[in-house]
Unconditional design. Structure first.
Length: 158
């Protein structure tokens, strides 16, 4: 279904390998999806600055970092297979999976959403304690405060 302005709705669902991401994705499928929506399942793995340099081909111990990056890419591939399958299972015909590695996943999700032209972002919450959120921040908090479009943060019922 188109948005009120007649534009196609582009929904970004930010995911990782957590149960909360699965629940947020399922919530979207069961409650919000419309057949004409374009769905981008976006994974932004948090990589250290060293990982980011290696990913870009900068200096690092080649053999060791190649091994680490291969493991990361295998995890991304497993997520892609899982969510691509779930898109098909939920009859989402306009859907795809994207990976945007970053040392700051919240920023990467907001930037990718802007670049894609998203009309909504959906994310789960990891249920971190208040001390960890205060010190580290949270991806969902960052997205809520910086996204230029509506954001749904899925929190499971207790």
């Amino acid at each position: 279904m188109s948005s009120p302005s007649g534009q196609k709705r582009i929904i970004v669902i930010a995911v990782d390998a957590s149960k909360q991401s699965d629940e947020a994705f399922n919530y979207y499928c069961e409650n919000l999806h419309k057949p004409d929506n374009e769905v981008i399942v976006l994974h932004s793995p948090e990589l250290s600055n060293v990982h980011m340099r290696m990913l870009k081909g900068d200096d690092a111990p080649y053999d060791e970092w190649q091994k680490i990056m291969q493991q990361e890419k295998e995890r991304w591939s497993a997520l892609e297979k899982k969510f691509t399958y779930q898109l098909k299972e939920n009859n989402i015909t306009h859907g795809k999976f994207m990976v945007e590695p970053s040392s700051k996943p919240g920023e990467a999700i907001v930037k990718a959403s802007n670049d894609i032209g998203a009309t909504m972002v959906i994310t789960g919450t990891r249920g971190q304690g208040s001390l960890r959120r205060t010190i580290m921040g949270s991806v969902s908090d960052y997205v809520v405060h910086h996204a230029a479009v509506p954001v749904i943060v899925y929190r499971p019922r207790k």
